[in-house]
Ligand binder design. Structure first.
Ligand SMILES: [Zn+2]
Length: 243
């Protein structure tokens, strides 16, 4: 490989080495178990919040049902008092009074059943709300603990990240512009690392891509021997042969 080009690749490879270091640290932060814990507890907390809001809605509905039922009972009680206080009347009217009292009796029985039903539902709603409050608070506390742990990890890596970024900024000034554009375009395509060595193959003077591992075609091998580098037909990475 021509000497100035070799130099360009060498500084690019030094840059890539540092870039790899930075990516490793960032990956450590992204894969931190505390971060996953934070997300888990946040979901649990939101579920609890949702359950509490559903309970409050249900409680509102039950209160309305209760008020309507109370009104119904009061109306029937008034009717009962009216029937009880009625003056002595004839036989026909007495029979009708008995019929109305019978019907009132069944109405009170229905009302009683409904009241029990509301009572049972209220107990269920209260229990669910209490449970949700409990696990919501637990989730909030566990989220805080996980967040503290994650923040501690982030802080412990902060200096190193700042240093690597500053060094990369500095090194970028010395990179060949065109080569670096190619480098970045490969990074954006998730081809990391973008520059790979030519890997030796079973056949003499024939190489494989050091990135995807595929064997290079004839013209790729020819370029490697004439100019010292080529692009992989498969993964498009820059393959270099610096010797
Ligand atoms: Zn490849």
């Amino acid at each position: 490989m021509e000497e100035t080009l070799k130099q360009k690749f060498k500084v690019l490879l030094a840059y890539q080495k540092k870039d790899i270091e930075l990516r490793k640290i960032n990956l450590t932060l992204e894969r931190d178990v505390s971060l996953a814990e934070m997300n888990k507890h946040k979901r649990a907390f939101n579920e609890a919040k949702q359950a509490i809001s559903e309970c409050e809605q249900a409680a509102g509905g039950l209160l309305e049902q209760f008020a309507a039922l109370q009104k119904y009972i009061e109306d029937n009680e008034a009717l009962l008092a009216e029937l009880e206080n009625a003056d002595e009347t004839g036989e026909e009217e007495l029979e009708s009074r008995v019929r109305r009292l019978e019907s009132l009796k069944s109405k009170f029985q229905t009302a009683d059943k409904k009241m029990h039903d509301i009572d049972d539902k209220s107990k269920t709603v209260c229990k669910r709300r209490g449970d949700a409050l409990k696990y919501g608070n637990a989730a909030k506390q566990k989220f805080g603990e996980a967040r503290d742990k994650h923040n501690a990890l982030v802080s412990s890596k902060a200096d190193e990240i700042t240093r690597l970024k500053a060094e990369l900024d500095q090194m970028r000034l010395q990179l060949d512009k065109k080569l670096f554009e190619e480098y970045e375009s490969l990074v954006n395509d998730n081809k990391f690392p973008p520059v790979v060595p030519a890997a030796a193959s079973d056949k003499k003077d024939m190489f494989n891509c050091g990135g995807c591992g595929l064997s290079l075609p004839q013209n790729g091998n020819a370029l490697l021997s004439t100019q010292g580098w080529c692009r992989c037909d498969n993964c498009r990475r820059i393959i270099v042969h610096l010797s």
